[in-house]
Design a protein around this ligand. Sequence first.
Ligand SMILES: Cc1cc2nc3c(=O)[nH]c(=O)nc-3n(C[C@H](O)[C@H](O)[C@H](O)COP(=O)(O)OP(=O)(O)OC[C@H]3O[C@@H](n4cnc5c(N)ncnc54)[C@H](O)[C@@H]3O)c2cc1C
Length: 534
Amino acid sequence: MVSSSLEELSLTADVLIVGGGMAGTWAATSAAQAGAKVVLVDKGYCGTSGVTAAAGPGHWWVPPDPPGARDAAVANRVAAGLGLGEAEWMYRILDQTWRTLPTLARYYKFGVDDEGRVNHRAVRGPEYMRALRQQVLGHGVTVLDHSPVLELLARSDGSIGGARGLRRQDGGRSYRIEAGAVILAAGGTSFLSHLLGSHTNTGDGYLMAAEAGAEMSGMEFTAAYTIAPAHSTMTRSMAYSFATYYDAEGRELDLPFGPDQTIHLARALQRGPVYCSLHRLPDDIKARLHTISPNVPLVFDRWGIDPYRDRFEVTLHNDGTIRGIGGVRVFDTDGTTSVPGLFVAGDNASREKVAGAISGGGNVNSAWALSSGVFAGRAAARVARSAARRTERLQPLGRTGLRPGGRPQTLDVAAIRSSVRAEMHPFDKNLFRTGPGLAASSRILEDLWSEVADRGHAGTIALREAASLVATARWSVATAAVRNESRGLHRREDFPAQDPGLAARLLSGGLERIQVALDRPSAAARPGQLEAVP
Ligand SMILES: Cc1cc2nc3c(=O)[nH]c(=O)nc-3n(C[C@H](O)[C@H](O)[C@H](O)COP(=O)(O)OP(=O)(O)OC[C@H]3O[C@@H](n4cnc5c(N)ncnc54)[C@H](O)[C@@H]3O)c2cc1C
């Protein structure tokens, strides 16, 4: 299976999985169980990189008993999703999560509650990811760590037949993998905010999918923000359900817990520093916090702060598409894209149909990452099995940051990253959006894109990451500019109400020129066929 030369490592597989977080590892296991020869590659170390390991994923967990519980859970979620969720998809992921998660018991020790019942819903991120890695290896999957994929490879008919990347710990040597089908599970992006675990998630999977001709969906919903102690990356937020907030003068702020609390907190932060106290946290949670979320108290311990007594400053970090919901458009729960041979799972895929217009954080995202991984793994194994093995020359699809359209030049990657952050993080640009503000961001991002597309030639991981960040920000801003209303995570100061005519998903795509289109039920859009919203 493996042949190597000094120049390039070359492998073949039935199914190639890009990304080894929750979605990628469940996909790898499921494809291997379906009989496929699987290779999984990760930018970092599968088991610690990505957002899953640092989190404490709580899955959407509703057993079939008592009858009616799932109907109620789905009905609530459909209502909360503000017209963009779909009940059938929700039932599917609830059921798959319930069937699949307990199968990890061989590798993961699930906790028990006070009555001795096994708690499957909430798992501890580090142990969970370690178990998922063990499970993948146990199924004979070949894992390449520290091996970011740079670009996809296509057959002459446009279907995806592999990928190419670099082996970071092998002198940057390149590798290529030919595969019957490819699953992109490279996570979402927080646009390099300080969201825990997200630093290497730069939207690479979106750019590669778009280069293959796939579209995005829901990219306007990138305005989820999560609280953290100021000057820290600790964005695990459960304890803040019980927080009390104060301004710099020590006056208590009226920020009642609920869906709008982030908005009120952001407004307060625009006025000045905000301080928090967790003295109202119930004693049983205080007692168990070190066990449930051991990394949460670490920050306070290091600073010598008792968060149940002392006040500490807080901030908000952008979640982008990680607790937001945009991603590559999927046609079914198998993660089928508009590109033959290409599947997506987890945060790499759009989650609107299971999360609606609001964040899927707290439970839906994990259930989606698990289930979409399992579904995509099975489907990709099926496609790979039925695809006749062709020996043909594969075309590399990467352009921006790899193969410049104009005269090559050395680019300041750090400056490009900062520019993207400057458009995607400030509250007055991405949380409280306005038409003129979005137009201004768009101009800056278009210039950045032209610069990287025309001049970027280094072919380095950093430059490809920068290209991915700019591309993702462009789709987000373009879609937000078209959604002339406020709905869920998307807020327009100039259109504060919901528009019933926009209770629909918005597709976006394109590289040189961005296009945005309404996702009409009948529109089986194919690459390059997006039509502008009138
Ligand atoms: C602090 C925090 C807490 C959360 N808590 C919850 C919760 O309680 N419930 C819930 O439902 N959701 C929660 N979420 C969201 C949930 O964790 C994610 O939706 C889920 O983990 C996504 O899994 P994933 O596999 O898609 O992405 P990730 O876990 O991010 O994995 C992506 C992987 O792809 C790799 N990768 C990226 N680019 C490349 C490339 N070019 N080549 C190769 N590999 C690449 C990365 O290294 C990474 O390992 C939380 C998120 C955070 C940040």
